[in-house]
Each structure stands twice: as C-alpha cells, then as structure tokens.
Design a protein around this ligand. Sequence first.
Ligand SMILES: O=P(O)(O)OC[C@@H](O)[C@@H](O)c1c[nH]c2ccccc12
Length: 263
Amino acid sequence: MTTILDKILAAKKGQVEQMLLGSIPDQLDIITRPSLFDALYQSEKLQVISEIKRASPSKGLIAEGIIPADQASQYANAGAACISVLTDTPFFQGTFDDLAEVASTVSIPILCKDFIIHPIQIDYAKHAGASVILLIVAALKQEKLLSLYEYAVSKGLEVLVEVHDSVELDRALQLDAKLIGVNNRDLRTFQVDLSRTAEIAASFPFEEKRVLISESGIWNATDASKVANYGASAVLVGESLMRSGDVQNALQSLQVQREVITS
Ligand SMILES: O=P(O)(O)OC[C@@H](O)[C@@H](O)c1c[nH]c2ccccc12
C-alpha cells in the first residue's frame, strides 16, 4: 500500500533535485538562539512547541491567508518554547520564506518542519534561520538517518528525531538523539491516539538526560495533562492553535504542571 509518507517522499526527491540545480539562498539569520533541549529538560511545566501550519494532507486547509510573522509573535508572546514552521509546499503549503519571516521576527528556537532526505535541505533550513531540524525515522534508512543527524549537528543545529513505535525509538537511541518526538498521528491512517506517547514512554530512558515530546492531536489541557503524566516534557501543537481565536489563552492552558523525572 502506498502511504501518504511514500507520496510525500517521492515528491520531496523531485524538490531536492531542483534544489541541487540552483544555489542555496544567502544565510539570513545570524542570531544565536537558545537551546531547545535546555528549555525542555527537567522543565516543571509542560512546554509548547507551536506550529505554523496552513494546511495538511489529513485536514486540508487549516488557516488560509495567515501571516507567519504575526502568528509567530503571538506564539512567542504567549510563552511558546519554540516555533515549528512547516516548509513543505505541496502537502502543507509552507515555504522556506515562511521560516525566514518567522526567524526575523522572534528570537526563540525555530524548528524547520520538513521531510528531510538530503543535506541540502539542512543547508536551506539553516540559511533561513532554523536552529532545530526534524528527522523522521520512518522516512530514512539508518545509515542515511545517521549521516543527516551528524551533518545537522556539525552545522550547530539541534535535531528532533521523530518516532512512532519502539523499534524506531531504538533507532533514535542508536543516534544518541537527545530530543525525541513521538507522533500521535499514524501517517498511514491519519488516526490520532495519544496513547502512542504512553507506549513510547514505557520504554523511554528518561534517566539518560533525554526529552520526550508528544506530537499531534493536542487540543486542550486534558490532552496536555495526559501526555505530561506519561512523561512528555513538551507538546508539538499545530491545528488547535492555528484555529484558536485566542492564541494566548489556548497556548497557556497547555502549559500544565508536570512531574520532573530525575534519575
Ligand atoms: O496539527 P497537530 O495535530 O497539532 O500536529 C502538529 C504536528 O505534530 C504535526 O504537524 C506533525 C508531526 N510530525 C510531522 C511530520 C511532518 C509534518 C507534520 C508533522
């Protein structure tokens, strides 16, 4: 069965070929951003990574005509730990220009949310001002995953490694990834199930100075408390914040108290 991830990755190969033919845009942003890991590790409150998300394959159009800089300022003012910017165009209607616009507006960490399969995408992310990139374990063979991980680290970037089951968690741990995200959305069926975070948390080595981030399907304080109790340090939230008429209130309601796990 061809999954949405297969389709996205096939399109991404074409985009990378185009990128390789052109030249990388000039580096726009030279500010040093604080470390996302430091903001999350042993935080007493659940932290929020808030996403700029115009559209998605599962939900279609979410927020047409938004201005990324405005949305980003609202997130930062509300106390977001990091802003995630989708840069994939065909499926999510994001761009590297969105990322650059956000980078020139806020000084908190910025995550480039894309389907990275080639180092040139990491160069683009860095040049547009990202301080963190996403690598999706399900999208990459281990050797490729490792080489992209090392390339990003060599460029001074932090890496969020996304997993969806315990086999993938083992692969993330082989890289010695410190920031590990579990996607509650199954990319084959689009079903969201917060107990995915519980599953991963059950075998997550919290005592090893790593943080677990619960991604997708977080709508309210009840959801946030659930994943905080499983052990998540942060949530990655797109749709519910994009649709909210009161970003400050919506975001702050997710910053629930959590129990700090120390070894
Ligand atoms: O809009 P949501 O359900 O709050 O989800 C946000 C984020 O987790 C989701 O956009 C996401 C998680 N992993 C990804 C990988 C690629 C693209 C998108 C994603």
